[in-house]
Design a protein around this ligand. Structure first.
Ligand SMILES: Nc1ncnc2c1ncn2[C@@H]1O[C@H](COP(=O)(O)OP(=O)(O)O)[C@@H](O)[C@H]1O
Ligand SMILES: [Mg+2]
Length: 500
């Protein structure tokens, strides 16, 4: 009970701080490293200039003020002696002329209290203007100085008793000039502080930019790796020992990642290879059985048909798995060659339609005249595989491709592109399926609809891989008259007849 009453003082305060500082702290966290370093540098520079400026201001002002007051005391002392001598001399000169002499030589204003009379050097001043404390002190016989403000201007008054003449003498010095000097000094120091703070911010920004450069390199490498360029590594910077560790561990991570991916891909490829020979045996036996199908009972014939269909599908899947595992390994060699866009499309459509079932009519091939002379750098074999797969899908799910068009695509980072589109008049691909159909083994609703069982769900995944390896983009949209429109966007290397 008592423990509980005593203990919570600190945690409660910490909790209070946390709740009250959460807003600013969150904001600070959200600012980003670069902005925070810049802010800290600027704040440091501000603190430093406040400290240095304050110190400079106080020492200078102290020195200047005490210098001026000392000079005032010395002057007033000399004047007081002159005055006292004049007052006790015989015959005594006129007080007014003595005061006038003193005044013109010193630049200050004077008040003389003598025999109950007040003698003033100017009409603007009287003993009533003097600070009462000073008057009291001097009356009691003590010389004194006091700073005060007269009509808004800073002044210093020096009071000296003249006991031999039974008089008191006061001199008042205007400190307005000094005050002005100090104001200018303060302004200059504040300006200096502002410039220093800004310089601090600029230096912070430059320094953070410099120190974040390695992180930029890391992020660029990570993006490249994510894009599939697994050979990307960070360059070892020998100059900076702090970064060697980061570089080494990053590269080690990528090494392991690459090894793992390659191991997985090798496994798929090995399995596919291993399956090929038993499959060949099975397929040969099936051929023998099919040759003697008429000797079988109708039930056995039906079973043979089913077996045949599934075996073909199995063979196809193994072939496609082998193909896809080859794109996964870094051994995926892309043999690029320069080809004319229009020619490439016409050739690969012709090759693709030969493999597609003969029951669908061949598509119209349309090449936009603006693509005249557009040269693509592609792997012809891969491009033919892409077209074959798209044409086959159109035949299977869309009643055959109606049109294959090659058009100008959008510019990507200043580089022109060509879009090759395969269109059909089928049911198209539902919005929710558009992303998934490019995944491995994904078979959409369309595949079930027509009772097509030859598909493996690997065709579009292969298309996507081939396109990626050639630096392009694959897409699916609605064809103008309904149906599916599959697009393959490839960068244009150059235009023939143009200066490269
Ligand atoms: N032209 C098309 N029209 C409608 N759906 C299509 C078309 N092409 C592909 N699809 C859908 O995309 C799915 C994946 O295609 P794909 O990867 O080639 O696998 P598969 O053809 O072996 O089923 C298909 O199952 C089908 O549902
Ligand atoms: Mg397919």
């Amino acid at each position: 009970m008592t423990d509980a009453a005593v203990a919570p003082a600190t945690p409660a305060r910490a909790g209070w701080l946390r709740t009250h500082l959460r807003g600013p702290l969150d904001l600070w966290e959200r600012l980003g490293l670069r902005a925070r370093v810049t802010g800290l540098f600027a704040f440091g520079a501000l603190l430093l200039s406040l400290l240095m400026g304050g110190l400079a201001f106080f020492t200078t002002s102290h020195f200047l003020v005490s210098d001026q007051v000392n000079a005032a005391i010395t002057k007033t002392g000399v004047e007081a002696i002159t005055l006292q001598t004049a007052l006790i001399s015989h015959p005594r000169p006129s007080i007014k002329s003595v005061l006038a002499d003193i005044d013109s030589s010193s630049g200050s204003q004077s008040v003389l209290l003598y025999q109950g009379n007040e003698y003033l050097s100017t009409f603007t001043l009287s003993s009533a203007s003097l600070p009462p404390d000073l008057l009291k002190l001097v009356r009691s016989g003590t010389p004194a100085t006091q700073n005060f403000v007269l009509d808004g201007n800073p002044q210093v008054a020096v009071g000296i008793p003249l006991p031999a003449a039974n008089a008191r003498y006061f001199a008042i010095f205007d400190l307005t000039d000094l005050d002005h000097t100090l104001h200018v000094l303060a302004l200059a120091l504040a300006l200096g502080g502002l410039i220093t703070t800004m310089l601090g911010g600029v230096i912070g920004r430059l320094a953070s930019g410099r120190s974040l450069r390695p992180l930029t390199a890391v992020s660029r490498a990570a993006v490249a790796i994510a894009r599939g360029d697994l050979d990307t590594r960070l360059r070892a910077t020998t100059e900076d020992p702090d970064l060697t560790g980061l570089t080494q561990s990053f590269n080690m991570m990528v090494d392991q990642l690459q090894e793992r991916i390659e191991r997985d891909a090798r496994f798929t490829s090995d399995v596919s290879h291993e399956l090929r020979s038993p499959l060949t045996t099975l397929s040969n036996s099936l051929n023998v059985l099919e040759a003697h199908a008429d000797e079988l009972t109708p039930r056995a014939q039906r079973a043979l048909e089913l077996l045949g269909a599934d075996l073909r599908r199995f063979e196809r899947m193994v072939a496609e798995l082998l193909e896809i595992s080859r794109t996964d390994t870094s051994a995926a060699d892309v043999s690029l060659e320069y080809v004319d866009a229009g020619e490439l499309v016409r050739q690969s459509v012709a090759a693709g339609t030969r493999t597609v079932s003969q029951s669908v009519p061949p598509p119209i091939v349309w090449v936009d005249p603006v693509l005249d002379g557009a040269i693509l750098s592609v792997d012809k074999r891969r491009f033919e595989r892409i077209m074959a797969n798209l044409l086959e899908n159109a035949a299977l799910y869309g009643g055959g491709a109606t049109r294959v068009a090659a058009e100008h695509g959008p510019d990507r980072r200043g580089q022109a592109t060509v879009v090759v589109a395969v269109e059909d008049h089928g049911p198209g691909v539902a919005l929710g399926e558009r992303r998934r159909i490019f995944e491995r083994f994904y078979r959409g609703q369309a595949s079930g609809r027509r009772g097509v069982s030859t598909g493996t769900g690997l065709g579009l995944a292969l298309v996507a891989e081939h396109v990626r390896l050639m630096g392009g983009l694959v897409g699916i949209e609605d064809a103008p008259g309904g149906g599916a429109r599959f697009t393959v966007e490839l960068p244009v290397t150059e235009y023939e007849g143009e200066d490269a």
